[in-house]
Design a protein around this ligand. Structure first.
Ligand code: ZN
Length: 320
């Protein structure tokens, strides 16, 4: 979710590639850090295909050096369209620094074509390249579809995550109560990430009580985002994630421009200062948390056995 102050940024109607080809200058903190949520297809649309080459140059040497293991920083490329998984896998699945999710954002098309969307996501979830389901959830800011129908699409994806033993990436904008209610109802047995957290400390506490990870994007750096900063200071180390949501929500300094996962360093710097910790320590922490949530799956499609309906126990998924 994105607070009102972020204006119309976010997954609304697609924007044109007005800034295609523009790359950020060398002055910003462009470092090899884990980004728990980005949209590489949209980064390529906005910044041009060269941006992806730049990302590969930044990430691949480090990934190779650390042997592609869970100890290496990585980028989670998050699906928003139920049918985009194969295309994203073809474009980005070969990069050792990318982990892919499959999900349907609660827009009009996906909500109205729910069964088709869920069938596509079931197929994607069976692919060992898929490390999580989402982003999925409720968006009462864009409100593109009836809320009851958004909820049905959300719970359908929570079921798929359960069936496949996969974590769930949740989008929630202006919909805190219903998101918490849906998570209570779904009671996922796998990790849940509240991506681009956009509420306050009390909401963070409730999501934490529900067992969720809380992920902060570049909007936490915005001047008016006091409630987000308060929540960022509050979330315990073992439940914290950082992300860009690139190309959206560029951190202060790049605000209003499309960003890429290389800009996540600005949010790390900000979070480290706010939490009074070192960036290197924070980087290791986020990398560990993200690695624990977005585990690589070994071939064969599924990692764990299919989950029990409702209330199944946490499975013993293996990591790669
Ligand atoms: Zn997103």
């Amino acid at each position: 979710m994105r607070p009102a102050e972020s204006g119309d940024e976010g997954h609304g109607p697609a924007r044109e590639g007005a800034e295609r080809g523009r790359l950020h200058g060398p002055s910003v903190a462009r470092r090899f850090l884990t980004d728990a949520h980005a949209h590489l297809s949209l980064v390529a649309d906005r910044l041009g295909a060269a941006a992806i080459v730049g990302l590969d140059k930044a990430w691949s040497p480090g990934t190779r050096a650390s042997g592609e293991g869970a100890t290496s920083p990585f980028v989670v490329d998050v699906g928003v369209d139920a049918e985009d998984f194969e295309e994203r896998k073809r474009r980005f699945g070969g990069f050792p620094w990318v982990r892919l999710t499959a999900g349907a954002w609660p827009g009009k098309v996906a909500v109205e074509g729910r069964e088709r969307a869920l069938a596509a996501l079931r197929a994607a979830a069976a692919d060992s390249a898929c490390v999580a389901i989402g982003e999925c959830g409720l968006d009462y800011f864009h409100d593109e579809a009836p809320r009851a129908d958004q909820l049905a699409l959300f719970l359908g994806q929570a079921d798929i995550a359960r069936e496949h033993g996969l974590p769930l990436v949740v989008h929630s904008r202006d919909a805190f109560e219903d998101t918490a209610g849906a998570l209570r109802e779904a009671s996922p047995s796998t990790p849940v990430v509240i991506h681009c957290f956009g509420y306050d400390r009390d909401a963070a506490r409730i999501f934490l009580d529900l067992g969720c990870f809380v992920s902060f994007a570049g909007n936490v750096t915005y001047r008016k985002a006091a409630a987000l900063r308060d929540a960022l200071a509050y979330v315990p180390e073992d439940r914290l994630l950082l992300e860009t949501d690139a190309p959206y929500l560029a951190p202060e300094g790049l605000r209003g421009k499309p960003c890429s996962p290389l800009d996540v360093g600005l949010t790390y710097d900000f979070a480290a200062a706010l939490r009074d910790t070192g960036v290197e320590r924070l980087e290791a922490l986020i990398r560990g948390n993200a690695g624990a949530v977005f585990k690589r799956r070994r071939g064969g499609g599924r990692v764990g056995e299919p989950k029990q309906p409702r209330g199944g126990t946490r499975d013993g998924r293996v990591d790669g």
